[in-house]
Design a protein around this ligand. Structure first.
Ligand SMILES: [Zn+2]
Length: 271
């Protein structure tokens, strides 16, 4: 599944191709994504110019003078920049055809992605209105995490994966950040001391920054790849390493279920 670093890398990859470009056409081959792609999108966008691109949580926002195209990659979506005449393949559901001879193509085999149109302030869109702060922004700091966890007795891992507390901390990064901070994923969120909140904020930012940096080095493949998803392969301390030796202390990594997701941790290094 594309996590925040893949979405950020996608944003950086597509921005230079899309910004200030006029939309010459919109092609919808299959509108049945998570929500239907609006039928009137070609009429809405033809002839209009892309002003700016942004990311909010895992949403890509392509801004025009008269509204915003909201994209989500869902479980399996990817975007590529291709020449106009590139034949579409089976899962290529949506193209934004640009005035510069290129097109931006959405491929989404599982069709959990989204292409939506919103007029007016996009931060008030129902999908975006209740989101917590960005993990890499200054608003997400020790004080925010400390205050936001005081009334939560749920496990800290579930708390940091809750979009109302902070957006974009997916399962992989939650596991890795907790390991680096030495915090056991089951710990009740309101039991986390202020210094440990500070440490966790720091390790969350760290793992996301590292993933984005690694994504940057594979950017060309990501954008021009011939269909491979391009999601990053990283070296993890705990994620997916059940029974293997902890890289710090050699104890076997444990696996449990929390909220239907797998958690991986070292019972020796994480308290
Ligand atoms: Zn260990």
């Amino acid at each position: 599944m594309p996590e925040l670093p893949e979405v950020e890398t996608t944003l950086r990859g597509i921005t230079p191709h899309l910004q200030h470009q006029r939309i010459s056409d919109v092609v919808i081959r299959n509108r049945n994504l998570r929500w239907p792609i609006p039928d009137d999108l070609p009429q809405l966008l033809r002839g209009h110019t892309v002003r700016r691109l942004q990311r909010r949580a895992k949403y890509l926002l392509i801004e025009f003078d008269h509204g915003t195209l909201i994209l989500h990659l869902g479980m399996s979506g990817s975007l590529r920049i291709l020449p106009h005449n590139t034949p579409a393949e089976k899962h290529d559901h949506f193209d934004l055809v640009l005035g510069n001879g290129k097109l931006m193509r959405l491929r989404d085999p599982r069709r959990f992605g989204a292409v939506l149109w919103h007029e007016g302030g996009v931060s008030r869109h129902p999908l975006l209105a209740h989101l917590g702060p960005e993990p890499l922004g200054t608003e997400f700091d020790a004080n925010h995490l400390y205050q936001a966890t005081r009334t939560r007795s749920a496990a800290i891992k579930l708390a940091i994966m809750d979009n109302r507390l902070v957006v974009g901390v997916g399962n992989i990064y939650a596991n890795e950040a907790l390991f680096r901070a030495g915090i056991r994923p089951q710990l009740a969120a309101n039991k986390l001391s202020r210094p440990r909140c500070a440490l966790l904020v720091q390790t969350i930012k760290e793992v996301l920054h590292e993933a984005i940096q690694q994504g940057g080095s594979t950017l060309r493949d990501f954008i021009h790849s011939d269909g491979s998803s391009g999601y990053f392969q990283q070296h993890y301390f705990v994620y997916g390493r059940t029974g293997e030796a902890c890289k710090r202390c050699s104890a076997p990594i444990k696996q449990i279920k929390q909220g239907q997701r797998s958690s991986f941790y070292c019972s020796n290094c994480q308290k």
